[in-house]
Design a protein around this ligand. Structure first.
Ligand SMILES: Nc1ncnc2c1ncn2[C@@H]1O[C@H](COP(=O)(O)OP(=O)(O)OP(=O)(O)O)[C@@H](O)[C@H]1O
Length: 429
């Protein structure tokens, strides 16, 4: 979209947000929807803040920072407005979901904010107002973008005046001593606590809180939460050091073990590698399974023993049983005492997996064919089918034994009746 500086081509719609530095409206321009942050031209303080935001946002380009789309001046209802056009984020802010988001979302949001800060810090920009209401929810679950650069500063360019929201401010900022990337890291820690608890990191007690933040030895109390894992506690500890030189930089924080399991949320689904890794065979999320197609959560739901039972049930129903003797063949026979390591020749594509068996197995031809085509991808099927086929095998042996018994009984009955018929004649002789 081009800058709109002449005739207003767009229409202002409903208000979607209000802050101390402006009003944000939805806007439409030839079917294109975007967000417009506006301030009245005659309020020099607000205009100064918006001009600062326009200049900084214009220079940034990151998937984790709300996108600049243009700026203009408009005359509406006899007032003159300075406007910043941004991409419209329709899912509210992370403050709206704070206190109710799960660990997966919390980790993902934290990853996005840390990535945004890492990016802007590399460009010598300090946000100065990191908090829940300034982080907008993305269209993909767990995705978030940093917004509201009205208080941001360019190191070495802007003059350093105390900026931001007091309850998220770093001690050195409250004392008016210093503003830098480290101050954003403190605010990041406060924002993570806000996401965890749904409340600001510090209880708002006015001047007393400012004294606590700026001049005590205290750090925000970590609420007792089931989400507070050791990794998360350590991550917060690295952000909330009162001595700013001890705080980790965002470059380092993005490598922290709490965030390490996140991959880029710019992909269609935010994948949490740890969460998706199967911990046992029944945890395996089969990519071909329809239950895994939608969200990660439904995928996680499908990774339950119940699902494994369903999968075994499905196999039993779908693959039908061939009770013909010719349909069976011994594909491996291992002594009770021996273990067997399958080579790549014996199971194509198995990639040297150590398959150890301590019993004899029978496989139906069809099962062997389907598994050997992609042994690695269907490891779970192998294991599930092992259980199923072992069961089939028992049935088969049982029926065979029954058949043998019936035949033997028939033979003995025949011999017995013949003996009975012969005996009288023998007596007679
Ligand atoms: N691009 C956007 N898309 C959707 N909603 C937005 C967008 N930008 C801002 N908002 C909404 O408007 C609110 C106020 O915006 P913003 O924080 O930029 O204003 P502000 O006056 O600088 O606020 P603050 O008082 O926090 O400094 C946000 O909390 C958010 O709810």
């Amino acid at each position: 979209m081009n800058n709109h500086t002449s005739k207003q081509s767009w229409t202002r719609r409903n208000c979607i947000g209000k802050g101390s530095f402006g009003v944000v409206n939805l806007a439409v321009d030839h079917g294109l929807t975007f967000a417009v942050k506006s301030v009245e031209k005659n309020n020099s303080n607000l205009v100064h803040s918006l001009e600062n935001e326009i200049r900084i946002l214009k220079s940034l380009s990151s998937p984790y920072v709300v996108s600049y789309l243009g700026d203009d001046v408009t005359c509406e209802f006899s007032s003159v407005y300075r406007n910043l056009h941004m991409e419209y984020m329709s899912n509210g802010t992370i403050a709206d979901v704070a206190g109710s988001c799960g660990l997966m979302d919390l980790r993902s949001y934290t990853w996005c904010i840390t990535s945004a800060l890492k990016y802007i810090h590399s460009r010598n920009i300090v946000h100065c107002d990191v908090k829940g209401t300034n982080v907008l929810n993305g269209n993909i679950r767990g995705m978030a973008k940093l917004a509201d650069f009205g208080s941001a500063i360019e190191l070495g360019v802007s003059c350093l005046v105390t900026r931001g929201s007091p309850l998220w401010m770093a001690p050195e900022v409250v004392r008016g001593e210093y503003i830098g990337p480290e101050s954003d890291v403190w605010s990041l820690g406060c924002t993570v606590i806000e996401m965890l608890t749904g409340k600001p990191a510090w209880q708002d007690q006015g001047a007393e809180t400012l004294r606590l933040i700026g001049y005590s030895n205290q750090v925000p109390e970590l609420a007792h939460s089931t989400l507070l894992s050791d990794d998360l506690r350590d991550f917060l500890d690295k952000c909330l050091k009162r001595d700013r030189s001890e705080r980790w930089s965002c470059d380092k924080l993005i490598q922290h073990k709490f965030l390490l399991s996140c991959t880029s949320p710019s992909s269609p689904q935010i994948m949490m590698k740890n969460d998706l890794s199967p911990r046992c065979v029944f945890d395996w999320c089969d990519s071909s399974s329809s239950s895994c197609e939608s969200t990660l959560d439904t995928c996680r739901l499908s990774m339950t023993p119940c699902n494994a039972k369903q999968r075994i049930g499905k196999l039993a129903l779908n693959s039908g049983v061939n009770w013909e003797t010719e349909g069976w063949e011994v594909v491996r026979h291992v002594d009770e005492t021996t273990t067997c390591e399958y080579s790549e020749e014996s199971v194509s594509g198995s990639g040297g997996v150590n398959w150890e068996y301590t019993a004899s197995y029978y496989y139906m031809n069809e099962v062997v064919e389907s598994t050997s085509s992609d042994a690695r991808g269907t490891m779970v099927d192998w294991i599930s089918r092992d259980s199923l086929d072992l069961y089939r095998c028992y049935m088969y042996v049982w029926i065979e034994k029954m058949f043998q018994m019936i035949v033997l009984n028939l033979i003995s009955v025949i011999y017995y009746t013949q003996w009975l018929t012969l005996t009288p004649s023998l007596h007679h002789i």
